[in-house]
Design a protein around this ligand. Structure first.
Ligand code: SF4
Length: 631
């Protein structure tokens, strides 16, 4: 059900696929989307974000447990799913998700069935069991949420204060979710299990993407609680009514639904199927008074569209609901028919096209034009209060201090001369970020073009050649593109012009130290029979290094890469240190930067990464780049 391997030619990137989160951010303010997805500015992570994950994780763990296999006081891990690593879209992005292998060790196959006298027979009994399970799962999820929050370099706020105020409230939200689910279980009982019940009793017609229930994906043995005849029992209804949800042991975005054409994705919360038609419910760990409530109907409509389009445009969703667990209340959302699904498709498709083309579109295509802030009462009820218009949204926007269109924007740094550190009087000259332009245009004659396996893994192959600019004047060129656009007539002896390359210092055993021209995503090659004033002379082709004085806006670390986003009055840039923790510690020399620090970067080189400028420090024993807080 949820994952379709997409026949997608989209590059992997933040806006290669549209999601509701992106669409809604663009609706709230196009500039907000620009700040987040083009400039890459990440807001802070307060503990309340972690709370939502803990609530949903605990609720899903309870719904996955079986009251005939898991006693009320068993460890949380008792019913954990076996996992596998999968490269869903063949892009090398491996995700962890429940195993589809036939020999996977599912707990339902090995656990003994509890004594029948312990099986819940009525709502109160199953509620008691489920809430006992919830307490155990919630502690695990809360501890995990806290650990992840503490490890998040972009965290803001105080966990202990938050925990004292909100932890029990969060657990009560799990209980509320359990009650809503038990309403479904009771409805299922009243309908004697619905149209699929007979098949379920004999182990037939298990869906391709079953609800997480502790048993293998392909499984045809009747459930241990399945009776051979008679009325449906409470424990049978618990098993049959169970919705599809993201297995709580799956990794982030591992069970995302992807449009068959690859341009849209989304992750459903709960998909109830026991009535014979899909009903999608979305869980919110909130009371619904925020302006986000305005975007939820479209979020649910997008899920309905995604379901329809991934089921051959034949299966229409028959119910959409939001569960506001903080109230608690279930809010029904109007169902889109086929015509409105097609209208939504048109709108989302053109938005996707616009956002995907964002690299070519100037910043003014994404104006600071905030949508009015609507006022909602508990349960996502729109009130009669007039919406707050103009720039009111900026008052609560995470970009209000740095956004160029915000009325609250602070004056940021502008480069210029500054002290390197508190212990030194030496002044260094800093380049405003907006003035960093490492690109050069060169014209020369191609010599010995060849595909060469690249250091350090020698797996990727790139086109390399020499470019002769004059007697004894040559560059070693590396075209760092998978499918470069090579002009007809490009060969040994051809005269070409390369635009948007970056000069670096190269070294090879066979060549010694030399000048190298790196041509990445922004670079182009053309035949050049005549010279142009853009062509830069060999003597002026010198590797550039930059000093930058800026605010550290956020971190963006990934495996093996320490990364921060820097911002000044003229723009923003990424700063990266490759080589793991040890290397980044060497660069930082004991300094532990925090969001908002004013820093000075010395001697960084600019690289072209997927068409964006990033500042890099390749760390050697005698590194030249240091990130220091400004005193
Ligand atoms: S500060 Fe205002 S204009 Fe800027 S992104 Fe936020 S809402 Fe939009």
């Amino acid at each position: 059900m949820p994952v379709l391997d997409p026949p997608s030619e989209d590059p992997v990137g933040p806006y290669s696929r549209l999601s509701h989160t992106q669409a809604d951010m663009h609706r709230r303010c196009p500039k907000m989307w620009y700040n987040r997805y083009i400039l890459g500015l990440l807001g802070g992570s307060p503990p309340i974000f972690a709370m939502g994950h803990a609530v949903e994780g605990a609720l899903n763990r309870v719904m996955r447990d079986s009251p005939v296999l898991v006693s009320h006081d068993s460890r949380s891990e008792t019913f954990d799913s076996p996992l596998e690593e999968v490269d869903i879209s063949g892009t090398g992005n491996v995700v962890v998700r429940p195993s589809t292998q036939t020999n996977a060790n599912w707990p339902g196959l090995s656990l003994s069935t509890l004594d029948k006298s312990e099986w819940p027979r009525e709502r109160l009994q199953i509620t008691t069991w489920a809430k006992a399970r919830a307490r155990i799962h919630f502690e695990r999820e809360w501890a995990q949420a806290k650990k992840e929050w503490l490890e998040d370099p972009n965290r803001v706020g105080d966990w202990d204060i938050f925990e004292e105020k909100r932890k029990e409230e969060a657990c009560q939200m799990v209980f509320a979710g359990i009650e809503f689910h038990l309403d479904e279980v009771e409805d299922c009982m009243k309908a004697n299990g619905g149209p699929t019940f007979k098949d379920w009793r004999v182990g037939k017609n298990r869906p391709k993407w079953p609800a997480p229930d502790g048993f293998p994906y392909a499984h045809s043995i009747p459930h241990p609680c399945a009776e051979s005849s008679g009325e449906i029992t409470f424990v049978e209804a618990w098993e049959v009514a169970r919705p599809w949800f993201c297995d709580p042991d799956a990794g982030l975005f591992a069970l995302t639904a992807i449009h068959p054409e690859g341009w849209l994705q989304g992750e459903y919360d709960l998909v109830y199927r026991w009535t014979g038609s899909p009903r999608i419910h979305d869980v919110k760990a909130s009371v619904g008074t925020s302006d986000y409530s305005f975007g939820y109907p479209e979020q649910l409509a997008t899920y309905a569209y995604l379901w329809w389009s991934t089921h051959n445009r034949k299966e229409l969703v028959s119910e959409l609901e939001i569960w506001y667990l903080g109230v608690p209340v279930r809010k029904k959302i109007n169902l889109p028919d086929e015509k409105s699904l097609l209208r939504l498709e048109n709108r989302l498709k053109s938005l996707h096209k616009k956002l995907k083309m964002s690299e070519q579109n100037p910043e003014n295509e994404y104006p600071g034009n905030p949508a009015p802030v609507r006022i909602f009462a508990e349960g996502g009820v729109l009130t009669d209060a007039p919406p707050l218009t103009g720039m009111a949204r900026c008052d609560s926007c995470e970009y209000q201090l740095v956004c160029t269109d915000s009325p609250h924007k602070e004056e940021l740094l502008k480069g210029g001369s500054t002290k390197f550190s508190s212990t030194s009087e030496a002044q260094i000259n800093c380049t405003p970020i907006g003035d960093i332009d490492p690109f050069v245009t060169v014209r020369g004659t191609v010599r010995e073009p060849n595909m060469v396996k690249q250091w350090p893994k020698f797996e990727k192959e790139y086109l390399e050649f020499f470019l002769d600019l004059g007697p004894s004047e040559w560059l070693a060129v590396v075209i760092r593109q998978d499918n470069p656009n090579i002009p007809f007539g490009f060969e040994h002896g051809a005269t070409v012009r390369i635009r948007n390359g970056i000069i670096a210092s190269g070294w090879k055993k066979s060549l010694g130290a030399h000048k190298r021209l790196d041509v990445s995503a922004s670079g182009t090659i053309e035949l050049a029979p005549t010279s142009s004033e853009d062509d830069v002379a060999f003597a002026k082709l010198i590797p550039e290094e930059y000093n930058v004085h800026a605010r550290l806006y956020n971190f963006n670390h990934q495996e093996g890469k320490w990364a921060a986003k820097l911002i000044d009055d003229t723009g923003s840039a990424s700063f990266q240190v490759w080589g793991g923790d040890e290397k980044s510690r060497a660069v930082l020399e004991g300094y532990n930067p925090e969001r908002g620090d004013e820093v000075v970067l010395v001697g960084a080189q600019a690289k072209d990464q997927y068409g964006q400028i990033v500042l890099q420090a390749r760390v050697t024993k005698t590194f030249a780049t240091r990130l220091r807080p400004k005193p």
